[in-house]
Design a protein. Structure first.
Length: 339
């Protein structure tokens, strides 16, 4: 059996089966972050996220500092999905020896700036030589026990809601792939797409406010596509998630790029990764209260579906018909590189 036969998440399940129990581990493998009880007043949330050149990023599309920002934002978004407050970021970089020192410094500066933007600090890491650039992030945060958000709390009757808007990162990748490395640089109408792709903002403040409100029962960050990530909530919660595709807010500029490319943006919206927005299962009739929270109002919250008894996840159109997608989201061992 090969890794492509089991896929990324099947392999993670096999790893989880190897691990023994530990009383200090409140939540282990299988969520956006692990939660540890180390005897302090709050739980410690720990997550890691790695990005590899030619697999997750292309340096003809992004500046080194943007690569560092994006890598750190991926891990910080995991903390946001847990409702945790980031404290420290650690970064291991593998860099080719021919890189300019200035480019390497810019990459780490991007990591440090992403951490600083959420009141965390780049605290340490490691530097190694590598054939292709690698950025591996570990992020630590704190969350009071009982306030954490997880993938496992959704219940039938909950609504599904998403922060912000979707589709921009996948639209950017498609545009860059078809039009070239500077496709998004010279047209001001495409600036919002490039900004969302190169400089994502993890929803840390919103995640913390949502956790404090107690109105959300489950959460995940949208890093692998909303269909796939909703599937993780469905699996961990033992429920069925229904995504009403026409209700999903679409990021500025996405439809215009799709029209220019002569393609349907729906797969970008449903299966595009690295959105770093939050998908929530929320209590019925709580959407208005959540949307009115200052940190959430700043980015928007939209109800896009519901939770039912059953299993799995489907997207439906405005007539309730199931939408058949060519892919369900990102999987390292099944999919081709996205950028």
């Amino acid at each position: 059996m090969r890794l492509r036969d089991v896929g990324e998440f099947g392999f993670i399940d096999r790893i989880a089966a190897m691990v023994g129990e530990d009383s200090r581990v409140v939540l282990g493998i299988g969520d956006d972050a692990a939660l540890l009880d180390l005897g302090g007043p709050e739980l410690v949330a720990v997550t890691t996220d790695a990005m590899l050149e030619h697999q997750h990023f292309d340096l003809t599309w992004l500046e080194p500092g943007e690569v560092g920002w994006r890598a750190a934002s991926g891990a910080l978004s995991d903390l946001a999905a847990m409702g945790a407050t980031p404290v420290s970021v650690f970064c291991t970089v593998g860099l080719p020896p021919f890189w300019l020192v200035e480019a390497a410094e810019a990459l780490l500066r991007g990591v440090a700036e992403a951490a600083r933007a959420v009141d965390a600090t780049l605290t340490g890491g490691d530097v190694i030589a590598a054939e292709n650039a690698l950025v591996d992030i570990m992020a630590l945060g704190l969350v009071p026990d009982g306030q954490q958000l997880t993938r496992g709390g959704a219940r039938p009757g909950n609504l599904l809601a998403v922060t912000g808007s979707l589709g921009a990162p996948a639209a950017a990748v498609q545009a860059l792939s078809e039009w070239g490395h500077d496709a998004l640089d010279h047209d001001p109408r495409r600036a919002p797409i490039r900004a969302r792709f190169a400089h994502p903002e993890p929803r840390v403040a919103a995640g913390r406010a949502i956790a404090l409100s107690g109105l959300a029962t489950a959460a995940i960050d949208i890093s692998d596509g909303i269909i796939q990530d909703a599937g993780h909530i469905a699996e961990r919660s033992g429920v069925r998630c229904i995504i009403e595709a026409p209700r999903i807010p679409v990021a500025e500029g996405v439809r215009a790029i799709a029209e220019e490319l002569g393609t349907d943006p729906l797969p970008w919206i449903l299966a595009g990764g690295e959105e770093f927005e939050l998908l929530l299962a929320i209590e019925p009739n709580s959407a208005e209260a959540l949307a009115s929270l200052e940190e959430v109002a700043a980015i928007g919250l939209t109800v896009i579906g519901r939770v039912e008894a059953g299993e799995g996840v489907v997207a439906v159109d405005d007539s309730g018909q199931v939408i058949d997608l060519p892919t369900g989201g990102w999987d390292h061992f099944w999919r081709h590189p996205r950028s």
